[in-house]
Design a protein. Structure first.
Length: 182
């Protein structure tokens, strides 16, 4: 199913794997230079981390940094169908010890238009924090610089962090993003 949206030429240049038919991990989607640039933003002194998901984790709003426009374009460029639109990279999610996200689906009020959800991992030097797909009984240990993709209606959760800090960048792929802004 995800092969239908990701350009095969791109996949031929990357290590990737299918976890079930509807789940995909693309390794080394971003590079160390991009990660270092994002960590510079994470470490800015004037950052304000807000709670999300009912105080289960924190996020930092980052839409004003060029690196996130670049990442949006990077995802957009691997899509086979140019009519699909990538959004996201407006926040960096930070998970500290015991932080997690309960089971949820991504599409919310926009189920007709949000097709896929995804996350890019900045690091993997923590314990816990696996992405768990409840419907498939599949747990994915985050790998630094990798991207995980799934259907927007796939129930999933982030398991609690046991040690360290987990940083990730969520994003979405839409059939018609204009509906969200009406």
């Amino acid at each position: 199913m995800l092969n239908n949206i990701v350009d095969v030429d791109f996949l031929n240049t990357k290590k990737y794997e299918h976890i079930k038919d509807n789940l995909m991990i693309i390794y080394d989607f971003i590079d160390k230079k991009e990660v270092d640039e994002i960590y510079k933003i994470i470490n800015l002194e004037n950052n304000t981390w807000d709670y999300s998901y009912g105080k289960f984790s924190k996020y930092l709003a980052v839409e004003n940094f060029e690196i996130f426009n670049s990442l949006t374009n990077k995802v957009q460029n691997i899509l086979k169908n140019s009519n699909l639109t990538t959004s996201g990279f407006h926040t960096i999610h930070k998970f500290e010890i015991n932080d997690m996200i309960p089971e949820h689906i991504d599409y919310g009020d926009h189920y007709d238009n949000m097709l896929y959800g995804g996350v890019i991992y900045l690091n993997d030097d923590f314990d816990g924090g696996e992405l768990y797909y409840t419907e498939y009984d599949v747990s994915i240990k985050p790998v630094a610089m990798a991207m995980a993709l799934h259907p927007a209606d796939a129930p999933h959760m982030v398991k609690p962090i046991n040690n360290g800090i987990r940083y990730s960048l969520p994003f979405f792929i839409w059939k018609d993003l204009s509906v969200v802004f009406k």
